[in-house]
Design a protein around this ligand. Structure first.
Ligand code: C5P
Length: 240
């Protein structure tokens, strides 16, 4: 692995930010992880922070009917973003909690938390902190708009809902899904898209990549090429 882009403090160049946004199951996180590996950057999954805030709140208040912004923020105080060699990992109470973050209880409630403006501000601050000292590839819904409007590389990934559902099931079941399973998963994805609609924003200057007919390798190659071009042409301007 190559080392992250080193910046000369004299030139006051901020580390590069590659922002990848898109709807649920568009392949953002797996693509971002791979792109980060290729570039020697660290991967930040902003969705994992929303999930971690949700998991921490569930631990404190199992009934989501009582969740207020203050309660969510108090619970989120136990969430941290720990640097590993290749990523910043969202932890709850100092421990990794990947299975909990990806579980159905969290997934079905995360959009409650994601609609709270002060929780969004809290997530955005954590992600910006991660970008202070490291070149990052960050994925989410609004990274290229609300969080890093100056990012030099912005990508918006889309894919046909049926194909997104098929890929997600393939990953989850580790076998070919049936048509009925794909149809059911497509419905769930379309519902989640609707819940997330207000947060999912495509920046005007984002490069749109429709991955329906692309392999993951092809999408990674395209993004890496854009990032390398930005690295070469970069000037000492702020925020990536
Ligand atoms: O990306 P992932 O599906 O793990 O994100 C979980 C949830 O977090 C999304 O369904 C969405 O509600 C929220 N989210 C968001 N803004 C982001 C990233 C995720 O609102 N930047």
């Amino acid at each position: 692995m190559t080392s992250p882009v080193s910046e000369s403090p004299e030139r006051r160049v901020r580390p590069l930010v590659v922002a990848i946004d898109g709807p649920a199951a568009s392949g953002k996180s797996s693509t971002a992880k791979w792109v980060a590996r290729e570039l020697g950057f660290r991967h930040v999954d902003s969705g994992a922070l929303y999930r971690a805030a949700t998991a921490a709140t569930l631990r404190a208040h199992p009934d989501s009917g009582v969740w207020t912004e203050d309660r969510v923020l108090a619970a989120a105080a136990s969430v941290s973003l720990a640097a590993t060699d290749t990523s910043f990992q969202a932890r709850v109470a100092g421990r990794e909690a990947e299975a909990e973050l990806r579980g159905a209880e969290v997934t079905s409630r995360v959009s409650i938390v994601a609609k709270m403006p002060r929780v969004r501000a809290w997530v955005n601050d954590r992600v910006r902190e991660a970008a202070e000292g490291h070149a990052i590839v960050v994925d989410g819904r609004d990274m290229g708009t609300a969080v890093f409007p100056q990012a030099r590389v912005k990508i918006f990934l889309v894919a046909d809902p049926w194909e997104r559902a098929r890929r997600r099931l393939l990953q989850r079941l580790e076998r070919l899904p049936t048509e009925e399973e794909i149809a059911e998963e497509t419905d769930a994805l379309v519902q989640r898209d609707a819940k997330d609609e207000s947060q999912t924003q495509r920046a005007n200057d984002a490069v749109l990549i429709d991955t329906t007919y692309l392999t993951q390798e092809e999408q990674v190659e395209r993004i890496v090429a854009l990032a390398r071009r930005a690295q070469k042409g970069r000037s000492p301007d702020p925020a990536g």
